[in-house]
Structure formats: C-alpha cells, structure tokens
Ligand binder design. Sequence first.
Ligand SMILES: CC(C)(COP(=O)(O)OP(=O)(O)OC[C@H]1O[C@@H](n2cnc3c(N)ncnc32)[C@H](O)[C@@H]1OP(=O)(O)O)[C@@H](O)C(=O)NCCC(=O)NCCS
Length: 418
Amino acid sequence: MTVTVRELASEEEWDDQFALVGATFGARVTAPEGATRDAIRDMADPRFALVAVDGDETIGGCAAHWMDLSLPGGASVPTTGLSGVGVRAGRGGRGAMRALLEEHLRRSVDAGAAASLLMASEAPLYGRFGYGVTVSVAAHRIDVDRAALAAPLDDEGHVDVYETADSARAAVIDLYEALRASNPGMTARNDGWWRVVLDERAHWKGPADPFVAIHRDADGRPDAYALYVFTNPGSELWRPMATLDVHEFVADSVEAEKALWQFLTRVPLTRELRWRMAPVEPRLRNLLADRRQLDTEMVSDMVWLRPLDIEALLSARTYERDGVAVFAIDDEAFPDQRGPWRLTVEGGRGRVERVDTADLTLAPEHVGMVVLGDSTVRGLASDGLVTATDGGAADSPSIAALSDLLATSVRPRSVSKF
Ligand SMILES: CC(C)(COP(=O)(O)OP(=O)(O)OC[C@H]1O[C@@H](n2cnc3c(N)ncnc32)[C@H](O)[C@@H]1OP(=O)(O)O)[C@@H](O)C(=O)NCCC(=O)NCCS
C-alpha cells in the first residue's frame, strides 16, 4: 500500500484525529468539547488540516496555524506553524510523515508563506525536510530567597493578580503585541489562540488556568505581565515548598521587568521559581544581586524554520550593517529557491537578486538557523556544517560577508507553544 494524504473531511473526523495524534504523543485523550473545542479549532487553519491514509485506514495527520513571524527590524512575514504531526504506533516507517510534510510544505508555498515553522518532539526529525533551529530557549530556576535584585526597586507602580484571565485579556494582548513587534522570532496569535492560552480550562499547549500578574506603572499603564501556575507539593507538611512556574513573562522596559520579578519572587508560600521557554541569556541574570543563583537547567531548540521564500525573508528583515553577500541554497524540494542569490544591503534594507554563481552554498536547514540570527554563518562554518569554495571558516570572503550581514544583536525569542 502507499500512503496518501488528504484534507480533513468532517467535524467528526477532527475528533478522531485529535485522539489519534494525542495517542502518538503517549496521551489517551478524547477531543475536548464546547468552548475549548471551538478555541482549539479556531487556532488552526483548516487549509492545513491533513490526514494520512493507508488503504482504508487513517494512520496519521498534522495541522498548522497561519501566523505572522516577526523578523529583525520589526516587520512580519506570513508563515505556517506546523503542529500535531503524528503517525499511529505500529504504522510507522511507511512514509506517512514524509507524505504529510511534503503536502504541508506544498500547501504553505501555494498559500504564500515565506517559511514553515514548527516545534520538534525529537531533534533528528526535521532537518531532512529543510527545517533548522531558528529560536533557542532555556529553562531557568532560582530559590526565591536568593533572588534579591542588585538594586531593589522602590516600585511606584503596582501588580494586579487575576485568578481568571478574562479581565486581564486586553492588557496581556497589547503587551504581547508590543513585544512581538520588537523581537524577531515572535509569532502572532489569532483569537482562538488567545482563548486557548487565557480561557478557563482551555489548555491544549496553554498553561491551563494560569494566574495572570500585570504590573502597572505609577500612571496605571500596564507595562509587564506574567502567566504562572502555582504548585505546592509540600502543603501537607506545613512548609512553604511551592513552585511558581512562569509560562510567559513579558515586560516592555527594564524597570517594569525588575518590578514584576520582584513581585514574583515574593509571592507568599513560594520556595522556588521556574521559568521555561525563557531567553537563553535573560536580563534577569544581570539584575540579580547574585547572578550565579539563577540555574540554567536546560538550553534547547524551540522554533525551527524551513525557508520557502528567501526573497521575502531577506527583503522584509533589516540589517545592522551594509554590504553585499552572494550565496546559493541547496534546496532539492523547491529548486526555485536555489538562486544563486546576491543580497545587497544599503541603509539597513536588503535587496535580493539572482546571479550566476556563488562560492557559498547553504542547506535550507542552515538558512533556517541563521536567517533570524540565532546562529551565525561563521559559527556553522567553523562547526563544519557550511563550506565554501573560496576558503574555510576563518578566511572565506563569502562566509564572512553573509555572516556579517545576517548577524543580529537582538537574539530571537518566542513564548508561543504550538
Ligand atoms: C515521528 C513520526 C511522526 C514518524 O512517522 P513515520 O510515518 O514513521 O515517518 P516516515 O516513515 O515518514 O519517515 C520519514 C523519515 O523520518 C525518519 N524518521 C522517522 N522517525 C524518526 C525518528 N524518531 N528519529 C529520526 N528519524 C526518524 C525516517 O527514517 C524517514 O527518513 P527518510 O525519509 O529520510 O528515509 C512518528 O514516529 C510519531 O508519530 N511519533 C510520535 C509523535 C511525534 O513525535 N511526532 C512528531 C511531532 S513534532
């Protein structure tokens, strides 16, 4: 039998797919109902809801969001966010994932996406399809009694904590959108997505009933928010052993950031604070009286990017220096992406044109790693991943030229799980 891929055919099939894909991740799930179901349905784009079929058996599927991705400089490009890729246990190895991925990428190109993004369950899976790590994140923890700030704040503002997120919704969305505009790697959330993150009990990839803390400045203007969950495994021992698990932390200034951290590390009954999907080098470390107390427990890939329209990606982002670089992309799946390309940057804006030859050729996954500045071309070359015909990592003019143009001083970040 050969595996074929088609669009999801009916509402009932959506429920079956939810259970099927959930099971591939090891969870026995039934599809949610009511408002939660509607929110999850509205998050994704029906054009990308795909089902893999072998004979008359459904053996897998995937979904995707249609979402804007912020680039260096603040502009956005449309992308797809691939999600929920799963193939039924016992039906693996038949090429179902490959068939789903190929159809997803074809549809993404047809819809005008500049790239496809995803979060990978396993790192070895997606390089073969041209995805490379474009946002890295870290998980940090700190004992709250060792989390004093170097310069404690006499905060003229205040923090409001909301047990239900509804009344905080507008302020949270505004702050998220402001962060998105100034941070490459951030992705837009549609209304369904916000309902999944903030609605009561809606928790597919959301934090599930988080507390929302909003900091307001002296004039009452919201300038930072955190979504957190509080767990207290030691409560029966009459000890303050709670963990404050920060799912999202967004602040629009250093002062706001200090004020909200100061609040979060002083929540009664808390012993430790954990912060997942955080920047690899968070500002918090520089704010602490004792920087060593912030343990970085894990650094990991978060968002992977598969370039689909290199001209759109490179002409929409901005650059920190001017210059010219020439390169090709070794793209077997989408030959029109190969170039070779000349990137000319003048006044921080890029222009992309086709040329005849290039000394430097990158795989699509390596473009994904460097296009937002998470890795550098020079770094990949010195690790032996990228080679050029005009020299090595240290002395190739073509490697140096592209590396210098793409490098950014703002590291990409993301707080949206999909
Ligand atoms: C990962 C998963 C989707 C693979 O499905 P599948 O139908 O067996 O995959 P395919 O047969 O299409 O394999 C496609 C390619 O991926 C490779 N591959 C499959 N599973 C792999 C794994 N776990 N690690 C590394 N490579 C893997 C195959 O060797 C094949 O390589 P090739 O085409 O270059 O020769 C399936 O095992 C699964 O559902 N796992 C649990 C859920 C999950 O992790 N989903 C991914 C979410 S991001």
